[in-house]
Design a protein around this ligand. Structure first.
Ligand code: SF4
Ligand code: FE
Length: 490
């Protein structure tokens, strides 16, 4: 059940731990024998491996002391127990976005662990169950092994006007099909799941508020990625097959990418020791709200990726010989302003964290929702400005094969040289990076995933309205204006 790898300390050990698991992964219509070796998948493995590298390069940021000075765990497996933990979590995510220019995939599991820590405690308080102690036993073991946890939340949903139990096909939401003395059996699918194939465990959670008739769908469970009955279908991304070509220039970011997949569960068995909610439907809403509070703050990752794109825009402005132009300087300032707004909201959310009954801390929901809502908009504007500064070359450049061609290569390089002293290849590499982040492979994470990940924009607007506290605002207005009238909204 735990896989063959005991404790993972280095990026190389992490990559090794992914091998030989016999996963059933389909990619472009083929069953892939060893996913982590596949050239289309490997950049996403590298991005997760960077979470192990950070814990080596910057011990304080990438890991947390849990006992004596040498007893540390990776920060991605730590349950946040203070405001400063929340702040360090956010700082780590910003740094990893900056290091990879990509989605490093490990946050979903971290946010799931934090959510289940507090919710399982509260379920036990109400129902006398023992979910929390089961969860803590599991948590201690994954911390010791330094495993990667993937979340599994978003169901297929079918007809969105209907709850799970009224769907024409009952498998549209992950459900318990039967249970026995040993455990439960799960069927259904989870869509657009980040980093699942690069994980060791999945934590399945409900995706929405549930009612009594949906009790079969109220399931939280930890499942090994290599469990029998699980099939992955890899989500292809813009320009992803460029990795099959010669060279690395056209990929823009040959080292790192994100990973999304569809996970299909066909009567997957989960022993009771890894079941952390089973039928207590009234807690589904708490799980969703708490998870999204954590995860919408986690989108500080995009400000790290934004740093990379702003850096690329500043570089290309130099290389094009336009860095001194006032409008270019102004556009760069605008990009920084937007990017820092994202980062600041996440940091504010972390600094305003509060304790929950289990001892875990939760970041401020309102700031987290504002952070994520900004993320649904600002990266698009930052990307637009980067393309504006870069010029049309990002979509008209010759390929690396043309640059390497004996006859036309020198000609292409001659006419693609920008400001004096700038090597044409360096200019092309920066342009390809901008392409990668704004319309290529990492635009998946930087743009569309920013729109819909952790909930689409309307989901944040609903939460922002709930947290708006209009009454207090009205009171301030009435008091300052000298209005004696009662609050008409009451
Ligand atoms: Fe983490 Fe950001 Fe990727 Fe989500 S999109 S898993 S928050 S890096
Ligand atoms: Fe996400």
């Amino acid at each position: 059940m735990w896989g063959h790898f005991d404790t993972i300390s280095t990026p190389a050990e992490y990559v090794e731990s992914l091998k030989g698991r016999g996963l059933r992964v389909y990619l472009m219509g083929e069953l892939i024998p060893e996913p982590s070796d596949h050239p289309m998948i490997r950049p996403s493995v590298n991005a997760v491996a960077e979470t192990y590298q950070l814990a080596i390069d910057d011990v304080e940021l990438g890991s947390v002391q849990v006992g004596t000075a040498d007893q540390r765990i990776n920060r991605f497996l730590h349950v946040v127990g203070s405001q400063s933990d929340l702040v360090d979590k956010a700082r780590m995510q910003h740094e990893l976005g900056r290091r990879t220019g990509s989605c490093f995939q490990r946050c979903v599991g971290m946010d799931a662990l934090n959510t289940i820590h507090s919710v399982s405690y509260e379920v036990d308080q109400k129902h006398g169950t023992d979910y929390h102690s089961r969860f803590r036993t599991f948590l201690t073991e994954v911390q010791r092994r330094n495993h990667v946890i993937g979340g599994a939340m978003t169901d297929a949903k079918g007809d969105r006007s209907k709850p799970p139990h009224l769907q024409a096909d009952p498998d549209m939401y992950l459900r318990v099909t039967r249970s026995d003395k040993d455990g439960v059996y799960l069927r259904g699918a989870k869509l657009h799941q980040t980093g699942s194939i690069n994980s060791h465990w999945l934590i399945a959670m409900p995706t929405m508020r549930l009612r009594e008739k949906d009790a079969d769908y109220a399931i939280v469970a930890a499942i090994p990625v290599h469990a029998d009955g699980i099939t992955f279908i890899y989500g292809r991304q813009a320009n992803d097959t460029r990795c099959n070509e010669l060279g690395d220039i056209d990929q823009g970011n040959a080292q790192f990418s994100g990973q999304e997949s569809t996970i299909i569960f066909e009567d997957v068995f989960v022993p009771w020791c890894h079941v952390f909610l089973h039928g207590e439907y009234e807690f589904a809403a708490d799980i969703v709200e708490r998870f999204t509070a954590y995860h919408r703050c986690s989108y500080i990752c995009k400000s790290g990726v934004g740093d990379v794109l702003i850096g690329a825009a500043a570089e290309i402005a130099d290389m094009n010989g336009v860095a001194a132009a006032h409008h270019i300087k102004d556009k760069l300032v605008e990009m920084v302003h937007l990017n820092e707004t994202i980062r600041s909201c996440a940091m504010a959310s972390a600094y305003q964290g509060r304790p929950l009954a289990s001892g875990a801390f939760l970041n401020d929901e309102q700031s987290a929702n504002v952070c994520k809502h900004n993320v649904t908009r600002f990266p698009y504007e930052i990307a637009r400005l980067a393309q504006d500064i870069a010029g049309g070359l990002i979509v008209t450049l010759p390929s690396e094969a043309d640059l390497a061609h004996e006859e036309i290569g020198p000609l292409a390089r001659k006419y693609l040289t920008g400001a004096s002293g700038i090597d044409a290849e360096h200019r092309i590499r920066i342009l390809r990076l901008i392409e990668n982040l704004t319309i290529g492979r990492n635009a998946v994470g930087y743009l569309t995933e920013s729109m819909h990940g952790a909930g689409s924009p309307q989901a944040q607007r609903i939460q922002i309205a709930r947290g708006a506290d209009y009454d207090r605002k009205r009171e301030s207005a009435r008091s300052i204006a000298g209005c004696e009238q009662p609050n008409l909204s009451k």
